[in-house]
Design a protein around this ligand. Structure first.
Ligand code: FES
Length: 370
C-alpha cells in the first residue's frame, strides 16, 4: 500500500512533518533528513512533490489465503520459467556429451531434426513463463496506486526523498517476506541467464561438421536425376533446353544448395563456348551443368533464354552467359555461376565428377573462398 500523503496544506496526515515554508533544502538540513525513516522521507517527498493520489488498491491482505494462493501461482510460473530455461541449457550443452550429437545437414532426421525446434520450444516456453509470471505478480500482489505529481527540480532534498520512494517500492512489493517468490525468481533468473549465455558456446564448439555452407552433396559418381528421381542420359534433352537436376542421394531433390541446371547447348553455342580457365573439360559433349543458385543473393535462377545464351535471375535481373562459363554479363551479380564437372557412368547416365570446386550461392563467398 502507498504511504504517500497529498500536497501540503491540502490533506496532510497527523504523522506528517509540519507546515512547509521556503524551499525544501531551506526547511530541512541534510542532517535532519539523515535522521528520518524511509516512510517519513517518502511522505515528506510526496508533500513537496505535490502528489495527488487518485486511487489506491493495496492488494491482498498480508498473510491472507488470497495472498497465499497468489504467491503460489506466481512462484509456480516463475519456477517453470527457470525449469524450461535449465532444460534448454541441458539440451544445448548435453548434445554430443550425454545426449546424441547434433549437426546441421539439409536432410537431417531424428535427433538432428528435433534439436533446433526443441531449443526454440524450451526458450519460448521459458520466456512466456517469465512474461506470465511478471503479469501475475503485478496484477495479484503489487499494490496499485494512481497518482499525479509535479516535476522534480533535482535538489538534494528531491534526491533523498526520491530514493526513499524507490526503496518504498521494493518494500511495498512484499518480496522481502514472500520467500517463495524470491526463490522462484532466483531459479528463473539463474536459468534464463544461463539460457541466454548458452548460445555463446557455439563460438567455442562449432556444432557443424565439415564445411556445410561451402560444400554440397554432389560427389564423384553421383548421378544427376530429375525431381522425380529419374536419371538422365545424353540425348534425353533437345539442343537449347534446360533441365533442373539434383544429386541422386537421399533427399537430394530438397537440397536447395545442390540444385543444378543441366543445359544442352545448340551447335552454334558449342562453337562460341569459352569455358572458364581450367574448366574446359567440366562439360560433357554439348552439355554443361551450372549451379542454380544466383551468386548475387541466392535466388534460384532458371529463366533460360537460349537465343541469347543467357540465364536470367528473376530477383534482381542478373544475367549469366552460358557460353562464357556462366559469367555475369548484366545486373548486380559479380561472380560466375559455379560449374559442376560432369561425365557419364558405365550405364550411360550423367554423373558428377566431383562436388563443385567453389562454394555455390551469394558472392559473399568471394571474400574467403575464391
Ligand atoms: S539474387 Fe539474383 S540477381 Fe539478386
Amino acid at each position: 500500500m502507498s504511504t504517500r500523503e497529498t500536497r501540503p496544506g491540502s490533506t496532510g496526515g497527523a504523522d506528517t512533518p509540519g507546515p512547509l515554508h521556503g524551499g525544501p533544502d531551506d526547511d530541512y538540513s541534510p542532517e535532519q533528513l539523515g535522521t528520518m525513516s524511509r516512510e517519513e522521507l517518502d511522505r515528506l517527498g510526496a508533500r513537496y512533490d505535490g502528489v495527488e493520489i487518485l486511487h489506491v488498491d493495496s492488494g491482498p491482505e498480508p498473510g491472507s489465503r488470497l495472498e497465499g494462493r497468489a504467491i503460489r501461482q506466481v512462484g509456480l510460473v516463475f519456477g517453470l520459467a527457470g525449469v524450461f530455461a535449465l532444460a534448454f541449457v541441458v539440451v544445448y550443452a548435453g548434445s554430443g556429451w550425454f545426449l546424441p550429437d547434433w549437426h546441421w545437414e539439409i536432410s537431417e532426421s531424428g535427433w538432428s531434426a528435433l534439436f533446433t525446434p526443441l531449443l526454440g520450444l524450451l526458450m519460448g516456453l521459458s520466456l512466456l513463463m517469465v512474461g506470465l509470471g511478471l503479469v501475475l505478480f503485478t496484477k495479484k500482489l503489487l499494490p496499485h496506486e494512481t497518482a499525479v505529481q509535479d516535476k522534480h527540480d533535482g535538489s538534494h532534498f528531491d534526491r533523498v526523498t526520491s530514493g526513499a520512494t524507490l526503496v518504498g517500492g521494493w518494500h511495498n512489493s512484499g518480496l522481502a517476506r514472500r520467500k517463495l517468490i524470491t526463490r522462484s525468481l532466483g531459479l528463473m533468473g539463474g536459468g534464463v541467464g544461463l539460457m541466454l549465455l548458452m548460445p555463446l558456446g557455439g563460438m567455442i564448439k562449432n556444432p557443424n561438421k565439415g564445411d556445410p555452407l561451402g560444400s554440397t552433396n554432389w560427389d564423384e559418381g553421383v548421378r544427376l536425376v530429375r525431381n522425380d528421381g529419374s536419371p538422365i542420359r545424353p540425348g534425353d534433352q533437345e539442343p537449347g533446353s534446360l533441365e533442373t537436376v539434383f544429386p541422386a542421394v537421399a533427399g537430394g531433390n530438397i537440397q536447395a544448395d545442390a540444385a543444378t541446371m543441366l543445359i544442352r547447348l545448340r551447335p552454334e553455342q558449342v562453337q562460341e563456348a569459352q569455358p572458364r580457365e581450367g574448366q574446359g573439360d567440366f562439360g560433357y559433349g554439348d552439355y554443361v551443368a551450372y549451379s542454380k543458385i544466383c551468386t548475387h543473393a541466392g535466388c534460384p535462377v532458371s529463366l533460360y533464354e537460349q537465343e541469347t545464351s543467357r540465364i536470367l535471375c528473376p530477383c534482381h535481373q542478373s544475367q549469366f552467359d552460358v557460353t562464357q562459363g556462366a559469367k555475369p554479363v548484366f545486373g548486380p551479380a559479380t561472380r560466375s555461376l559455379p560449374q559442376l564437372p560432369i561425365t557419364v557412368d558405365d550405364e550411360g547416365f550423367f554423373v558428377a565428377r566431383s562436388d563443385y570446386i567453389e562454394a555455390v550461392g551469394p558472392t559473399y563467398w568471394n571474400r574467403e573462398r575464391i
